[in-house]
Design a protein around this ligand. Structure first.
Ligand code: SF4
Length: 553
């Protein structure tokens, strides 16, 4: 019988085999040719450099002890010598020399008069000329963290304050109109130790608990029916969530986004679900309106990634068993709706979504506990997506599904799958690891499609900051220093927020007035939303855009 370690080992090998296959496919279907387009003899260099990139990737992602198994997916005898070179070499130079000697760069050798050493040099020179494998990951992460830290240092600093003063000075035609939001967010903390490779956040600021949460709940209950708790790992704030359910009068939907680390075993999972049930009972005792609760749990190839520790042993980032604990508890507590939030990858193009990868791992785990998953429905996204590993036209992807555990037909569990945008360290992922909305961005830039608009609903931080759902950098003030009326007036009057909410293309021109990197930014952008997020990341740019929008009125 397979031990848990055997299972982890097998799943790690399967995941990395698929990752390397997707990587090679992506690079071979135009990815490397695109990088080489400025080099005169790029065509002949492309294939050997695909393998050099793959060699670097293996060094970074697969410890030596696992490489042969990971590469064993290739049954083509023509690649057997290549596998040996990938495994046996320990530097880019020795790999390229081995590649040339094994006959995988004959075109380059011919182009260099049959001289293998000249071909080796040409390949290494070309690799250096296109930037090689890129910055080493620890350095790249440091840069991402420094950018994020700078953003928080500037938040509500001098430029933001000048911007907010400009907004405050604007007059309103109907200042007294009542304002309710489709939803509001609460950020008790901005912290998470998990280190997922696709996480939006790397540097996270301290969030002080400036006032008792009851005060904030009184404010938000006047403004919305629907509240979301978010911010990272909220395991230490589950009591606050229960308190909100029990005490907040006018809110009727309470959602919390968790990564599942609280569900270490069945008993710990039960504690959370029981606390929610008790909070709903308390709410009823207080005579408050009935409310629904939605538990949103991150669940994808990134959160449940199996990765090697420093000593080479394997570990699941957030174990699938924790998610299975949550699914089992959800069917015992039907008043708590469960939604698994998934990130799209190539599996989403077919039912592979349910038969491979992390979903298959969950089905296996639940199967070992005597449960069988039945997928009830699977709906496609309104827009097709490009497959990063092929050059084929964009195709439909499954984004929304419901499943049940057999025997529990009345407690369907939702799986909702969204794209990954290149925020923070997600920009360091290989493009073959996720789907993005680049095809829609290109149509938007060509004027052929509309964007959906920035989500400007408000997020209330425990330390008083008020930001927007679509961007934690977009601050509208400090609730405790300035009061809710000031914040709401800014939300109504802010001309930049209004332009963002309709994805006004003029903002691209305003950005280009003060920054000279619009074109490179466009090249690296993964969706319309990501584009507008990026161009408003700097406080100085937000100020400039606001001034120009006010001038142009
Ligand atoms: S993606 Fe979620 S679980 Fe992973 S590091 Fe970020 S906040 Fe934590």
């Amino acid at each position: 019988m397979a031990t848990p370690n055997d299972t982890l080992h097998g799943e790690f090998i399967a995941a990395k085999s698929m990752a390397v296959r997707n990587l090679v496919q992506r690079l071979s279907h135009g990815g490397m040719a695109e990088r080489l387009r400025t080099l005169p003899d790029g065509g002949v260099l492309a294939e050997p450099l695909v393998f050099l990139h793959t060699w670097h990737w293996l060094q970074e992602h697969v410890p030596e002890a696992y490489r042969r198994e990971v590469l064993s997916f290739s049954k083509n005898p023509a690649f057997a010598p290549m596998v040996e070179v990938l495994i046996a070499t320990d530097s880019p130079a020795s790999f390229v020399a081995g590649l040339v000697a094994a006959g995988y760069a004959d075109g380059v050798v011919t182009a260099h008069g049959g001289d293998p050493q000249a071909a080796t040099r040409a390949l290494l020179d070309a690799w250096a000329a296109i930037g090689g494998y890129g910055m080493r990951r620890p350095l790249a992460l440091r840069e991402v963290a420094a950018d994020e830290r700078h953003m928080y240092d500037e938040q509500l600093g001098a430029a933001d304050r000048r911007r907010l003063a400009l907004i405050d000075a604007l007059t309103e035609s109907d200042p007294a109109r009542p304002q309710r939001f489709p939803k509001l967010g609460v950020i008790p903390v901005m912290r998470c130790p998990q280190g997922c490779r696709h996480c939006l956040f790397l540097y996270r600021p301290q969030v002080a608990r400036a006032r008792e949460p009851a005060e904030l709940l009184g404010t938000v209950s006047e403004l919305t029916d629907s509240l979301l708790y978010t911010g990272g790992d909220l395991t230490d704030h589950l009591d606050d969530f229960s308190q909100a359910i029990a005490e907040t009068p006018r809110v009727t939907t309470f959602a919390i986004l968790l990564n599942g680390v609280f569900a270490t075993d069945r008993a710990a999972t039960e504690v959370f679900f029981q606390a929610v049930d008790e909070a709903l009972d308390e709410r009823r005792r207080r005579g408050l309106e009935e409310a629904g609760v939605v538990l949103q749990i991150s669940f994808d190839e990134h959160h449940q990634e199996i990765y090697p520790r420093a000593d080479g042993s394997l570990q699941e980032r957030i174990p699938v068993a924790f998610i299975a604990n949550i699914v089992e508890a959800a069917v015992r507590h039907p008043r708590v709706g469960l939604a698994l939030l998934h990130k799209q990858n190539v599996f989403n193009f077919s039912r592979d979504l349910f038969q491979r990868g992390v979903f298959a791992r969950l089905a296996r785990e639940l199967g070992q506990r005597g449960h069988r998953i039945e997928v009830l429905e699977a709906r496609p996204a309104p827009r097709p997506r490009a497959n990063p590993c092929t050059s084929s036209a964009p195709a439909p992807v499954i984004t929304d599904a419901h499943f049940i555990l057999a025997g529990h037909p009345d407690t369907p569990i939702r799986l909702t799958s969204t794209t990954v945008d290149g925020y923070g360290q997600a920009a360091l992922l290989d493009a073959s690891e996720f789907l993005n909305d680049r095809a829609h961005l290109e149509a938007f830039l060509a004027g052929e499609a509309a964007g959906e608009g920035f989500d400007g609903d408000l997020m209330f931080w425990y330390d008083g900051r008020v930001t927007c759902f679509s961007a934690v950098h977009y601050a509208l003030g400090d609730l405790y220093e300035e009061g809710i009326e000031t914040i709401l007036a800014r939300h109504r009057k802010d001309p930049l927020l209004s332009a963002l909410r309709r994805f006004d293309r003029r903002l691209l021109d305003l950005y280009a007035e003060v920054r000279d990197d619009l074109q490179p930014r466009l090249a690296g952008t993964t969706s319309v939303h990501h584009l507008f997020h990026q161009i408003t990341f700097d406080a100085d740019v937000r100020l400039h855009m606001t001034e120009r929008l006010i001038d142009g009125r």
